[in-house]
Design a protein around this ligand. Structure first.
Ligand code: NAD
Length: 340
């Protein structure tokens, strides 16, 4: 089988996970990854993958540090069929203008980019087919991916009206030591709406959603509290059963001891490398119906949740598989399955 040659530009939190996920697939391979600076992460990257320098002006720094490189981003682009850009927010758009457009290479961007960086914003459940054959695709952010999977699954099973949701966001990722929020809860933004609602509409255009968001002093996971208007009678058991049938949603129970994101993360530490949770984690007891309002609370592991969507986006862009085939293959290779 011909394998799609994938290059990862920006081997950070998302980039290293996408590289490892690509390596698990039989229809694609990693031809190289890039780092900007010769730090310990560059040394680790060079042990696993052919390493290239993202900023050509930094080549000498890698030579001085004794880290073997295979060339610059431009050399890597010449060997690849597609770039998965995992550089910091807004840098992807610069890379597109500077390198990808000139080389005429397909590229995937992450949620930190504006939606107009790509032809389509992507979530595998919601709009896989819109990415088929496209040259530029943006995988929406961790919060938007989490919201979209949950809302899509509810929407496929019940007639719904307006959605109101609050994001309680981890302030930074665990590795971050340059910024944080030691003591406080920060409305971010302080006014409505947060950008998450409009971002959900880039992949689910016909939902009526308004979101608010707060940053909290934790690094583990985001938590989302949603209220969804139901336009038909439904029982809690029907909602539980609908969510239970979607592999990318994991139902956990406070009664089993999952009292917080700390406990959810402890499970992930037993299950997965880098304690990655690719699934939305929905608290079973949080699913409640009051009149026509459905309430549900979920946790999202921000470092991992977009990884399956990046793999599915690659398959869609090369028309390698149908939506169902791709999602099934990605789920199997990443061991996305019910924990219990
Ligand atoms: P990160 O800081 O962990 O990694 C970014 C990497 O890109 C670093 O290794 C950095 O050295 C490198 N880089 C810097 N300048 C570059 C350049 N000009 N070209 C190529 N690489 C460069 O960031 P991250 O958390 O992995 O985020 C990457 C993207 O993914 C952002 O758009 C972000 O919004 C999005 N995202 C992040 C999360 C998350 O929670 N971490 C979740 C979903 C989406």
């Amino acid at each position: 089988m011909m394998k799609v040659k994938v290059a990862i530009n920006g081997y950070g939190t998302i980039g290293k996970r996408v590289a490892d996920a690509v390596s698990l697939q039989d229809d694609m391979e990693v031809v190289g990854v890039t780092k900007t600076r010769p730090d310990f992460e560059a040394r680790l990257a060079a042990k696993r993958y052919p390493l290239y320098v993202a900023k050509p002006e930094n080549v000498a720094l890698f030579d001085e540090a004794g880290i073997e490189i295979q060339g610059t981003i431009e050399d890597l682009i010449s060997k690849a069929d597609i770039i998965v850009d995992c550089s910091p927010s807004k840098v992807g758009a610069e890379n597109k203008a500077r390198y990808y457009e000139k080389a005429g290479i397909k590229a995937i961007f992450q949620g930190g980019e504006k939606k107009d960086v790509a032809e389509v914003s992507f979530n595998a459940l919601a709009n896989y087919d819109e990415a088929v054959g496209k040259n530029y695709v943006r995988v929406v952010s961790c919060n938007t991916t989490g919201l979209t999977r949950l809302i899509y699954t509810i929407k496929e099973n019940f007639r719904i009206g307006r959605i109101r949701a609050t994001m309680l966001r981890r302030v930074v990722d665990p590795k971050e030591d340059k910024k944080g929020l030691v003591n406080g809860i920060m409305p971010d933004p302080v006014s409505i709406p947060s950008h998450h609602g409009p971002d959900v509409k880039t992949v689910l255009p016909d939902v009526d959603i308004v979101t608010t968001a707060f940053k909290l002093p934790t690094t583990l996971m985001h938590v989302h509290s949603l209220s969804i208007e139901l336009k038909e009678d439904a029982k809690v058991e029907d909602v539980v059963s609908a969510l239970d049938q979607e592999p990318r949603i994991m139902l956990l129970s406070a009664g089993d001891g999952f009292t917080s994101t700390a406990k959810v993360t402890e499970l992930a530490r037993e299950l997965r490398m880098r304690y990655d949770l690719f699934e939305n984690v929905v608290w079973r007891e949080s699913i409640g119906i009051d009149g026509s309002d459905l309430f549900v609370t979920q946790a999202v592991h921000q470092e991992a949740i977009v990884v399956p969507e990046n793999i599915d986006a690659i398959r869609a862009m090369f028309d390698l598989a149908s939506r169902e085939e791709s999602i099934k293959k990605t789920n199997e290779t990443l061991k996305i399955q019910k924990a219990f």
